[in-house]
Ligand binder design. Structure first.
Ligand code: ACM
Length: 528
C-alpha cells in the first residue's frame, strides 16, 4: 500500500518522465515481454486465493503454490474442477488455439479479481508464472516468512514469446566442482529469467561425473595436479564429482523448470583427468599428464585417435551419460586439439593412412564423425565447439560458435544449427565484458538471410573456471542481460530502459541470496 501511495505521489509531483521511470520500477520484467500493457488497478494474493489448473498444468500449479508458500505462509489451494472464471483465483490453462504463442509463449492477464495465464504448452504456462513472480514484490523470493507485505500484482495484459529457442548458460564443474545444491539453486534463478538450457562442462583436468564402468575416473587422487598458477587465477581448489544419483536429482530439478541439461564430455583434447586415470589411451610416445604438466594451458594431451581402446572407452562413457541425461543433445567438445601429438604418434599416422585421410584435421573429423555415429545410434545429436568444422563437419552436428562468428555463418551455410557463444561477447570470465557489451550482443550474424537465420538456435554465455564462491559476482547481473538478448524482440532492446528495469532486480537477487556484482547503478563499466 505504502509503495502504491509513493508511486501516486511521484506521478503527481514529478511529471511524465518521473512517472514513466516509477512505472518501470514498479513493473520491471526481465526479459522484457514482447507486448505488455500496464493498466489501472491491482490483484491481491491472499490466503483465500485459489490456483485453478487443468491436468496438463497441475505441475506448474504446484510449482507456483510452493514458490508463494515460503514468504507468505499461504498454502494456496489447487483446484482442477473450479470454474475458470472463479473470483480471487490464479488460472493456469492450456488453450488449443494458442498457435501464435509458439512452444514457449504465454498470455497473462491480471485484473482486479483474477490472474489468467494461458499458453499452448506447459512450458508457456511456466513462463507466465515467472512473469507473475516478477510482478510481485521482490520479497516473494525470500526464503523467510515476510510479514507486512501486500502481495499485490499490478493489472497488466501481456502477450509474450521468446525470440530464440536456446537460452542457456555453460558452467564448468569439470574444472572447479559445483555442488548439486549450488546447481539446483542456479536452476531456480535461471527459471526466473526464462532460461532453458544448462550446459555442464563435466570433464577436463577434473572428471565430474561417476561412470560405473570406469571407476578410476572419479578417484581424485588420480587427477593431474592443479598448478598454483591455475589455483591463483581461479580461486580455491574445488574438486569433486556427481554420483549418478546426484545427476538424476539435477536433471529432475531442471526438468520441473523446463530446463534441459546438456552434458559435455570433452574429446579429443581437454581430457587430462581421463588420460591421467587411463594413460593407455594416450598416444604411445606421450608421457602421462601427471608427469608432464607445467601449466594448465600446456596440457598437451589428446586421446590417441589410432587406438581402438579410445573409442571403446568413450562409447562406454557416453552410453552411461546418455542414460542419465534424457535430452536430445550430447556435447562432445572438440575444441583446441593439441598440435604435435598426433603428428608424432605412429598409431595416429597409421590411422591417417588406413582411412586415406589427408592430415590431422581430417583425423579429428574422422574421430568426431565416428563418435557422432555412435551417439546417433542411441538417438541423440552431438554438439561441438567451432573447431569441429576443421577437416569436415560431422553430418548432423550442432556447432557452438565461440571463436569468430564466421564459423557460425559457414556452419549455417552447410545447413547446420548453431549456438552463439562468441567469446568476446559471451565469456563471463572475461573481465572486460561489461554489462552494456553483454546486453548489446546480437546473436544472429547480419550476413544471414531470414531463412538461414533460423539455424541460429540462440545464445549461451559461458563461465570457465572459478569456484562456486566466485560465480555470483561473475554471472550476475550479466546473465539478466543475456536472458533479454535470448528472449526479447531485437527491435525492442533498449539499454537505458534495461538499466532502469534492472535496478529493482538487485533487491530480487538479494532475496535470492545471489551475491551479484555490486555497483550503485549497475553502471556500464562493471568489470573493467
Ligand atoms: C573454449 O573456450 N575452448 C571452447
Amino acid at each position: 500500500m505504502r509503495k502504491q501511495l509513493l508511486l501516486v505521489l511521484i506521478l503527481l509531483t514529478a511529471g511524465p518522465l518521473a512517472a514513466a521511470a516509477a512505472e518501470r520500477e514498479a513493473v520491471s520484467v526481465i526479459p522484457q515481454p514482447e507486448k505488455m500493457e500496464v493498466q489501472e488497478g491491482k490483484f491481491l494474493i491472499g490466503p483465500e486465493t485459489a490456483i485453478v489448473c487443468d491436468r496438463q498444468t497441475r505441475q506448474e500449479a504446484e510449482y507456483l503454490r510452493d514458490l508463494l508458500r515460503t514468504p507468505t505462509r499461504y498454502a494456496l489451494p489447487i483446484r482442477e474442477t473450479a470454474p475458470r472464471d472463479a473470483a480471487n483465483s490464479i488460472v493456469l490453462r492450456i488453450v488449443p488455439d494458442a498457435k501464435d504463442l509458439g512452444e514457449e509463449g504465454y498470455a497473462l492477464k491480471v485484473s482486479g479479481d483474477r490472474v489468467v495465464i494461458e499458453a499452448g504448452t506447459a512450458a508457456g504456462v511456466f513462463y507466465g508464472c515467472q512473469t507473475l513472480r516478477q510482478l510481485l514484490p521482490a520479497a516473494i523470493e525470500s526464503d523467510c516468512l515476510v510479514g507486512g507485505v501486500e502481495w499485490e500484482v499490478p493489472c497488466v495484459e501481456i502477450k509474450d514469446r521468446p525470440r530464440y529457442s536456446w537460452r542457456g548458460i555453460m558452467l564448468g564443474p569439470g574444472h572447479n566442482f559445483l555442488t548439486t545444491e549450488f546447481v539446483k539453486h542456479y536452476l531456480d534463478v535461471m527459471a526466473l529469467y526464462k532460461l532453458n538450457r544448462l550446459h555442464l562442462h563435466l570433464t577436463d583436468m577434473g572428471w565430474a561425473i561417476e561412470i560405473k564402468k570406469y571407476p578410476e575416473l572419479t578417484k581424485i587422487e588420480n587427477w593431474p595436479p592443479i598448478l598454483p598458477r591455475w589455483r591463483r587465477t581461479y580461486g580455491k581448489c574445488t574438486q569433486g564429482f556427481y554420483t549418478q544419483e546426484d545427476v538424476r536429482e539435477i536433471v529432475a530439478h531442471a526438468t520441473r523448470r523446463h530446463i534441459l541439461v546438456i552434458p559435455e564430455i570433452e574429446l579429443p583434447a581437454h581430457s587430462s583427468a581421463a588420460l591421467a586415470c587411463y594413460p593407455e589411451l594416450l598416444c604411445p610416445n606421450w608421457k602421462s599428464p601427471a608427469e608432464k604438466i607445467d601449466s594448465y594451458f600446456q596440457l598437451p594431451f589428446n586421446y590417441c585417435a589410432g587406438n581402438e581402446k579410445t573409442f571403446e572407452f568413450l562409447e562406454g562413457v557416453l552410453s552411461e551419460v546418455i542414460e542419465l541425461f534424457p535430452g536430445p543433445y550430447v556435447h562432445i567438445g572438440g575444441d583446441e586439439r593439441v598440435r604435435g601429438a598426433w603428428e608424432a604418434c605412429p598409431k595416429c599416422q597409421a590411422r591417417i593412412k588406413s582411412e586415406s585421410l589427408k592430415n590431422e584435421d581430417e583425423l579429428q573429423s574422422y574421430f568426431v564423425k565416428r563418435i557422432e555415429k555412435f551417439v546417433q545410434s542411441k538417438g541423440r545429436q552431438i554438439i561441438g565447439w567451432s573447431e569441429i568444422m576443421e577437416g569436415g563437419l560431422a553430418p548432423e552436428a550442432v556447432v557452438q560458435s565461440w571463436l569468430d562468428p564466421k564459423h557460425a555463418v559457414a556452419a549455417v551455410g552447410q545447413g547446420h544449427d548453431v549456438i552463439m557463444s562468441t567469446n568476446q561477447n559471451c565469456y563471463l570470465n572475461y573481465r572486460g565484458l561489461s554489462l552494456e557489451k553483454s546486453y548489446a550482443f546480437e546473436p544472429t550474424p547480419p550476413e544471414l538471410s531470414a531463412e538461414a537465420a533460423k539455424h541460429i538456435l540462440g545464445v549461451e554465455p559461458c563461465l570457465w573456471g572459478f569456484g562456486q564462491h566466485r560465480h555470483d559476482e561473475l554471472v550476475f547481473p550479466r546473465l539478466c542481460a543475456f536472458a533479454e538478448v535470448g528472449w526479447s524482440p531485437k527491435g525492442q532492446r533498449n539499454w537505458d530502459d534495461f538499466k532502469a528495469r534492472l535496478k529493482p532486480h538487485g533487491r530480487r537477487l538479494d532475496e535470492l541470496g545471489i551475491d551479484y556484482h555490486r555497483d550503485p547503478a549497475f553502471a556500464e563499466k562493471l568489470w573493467e
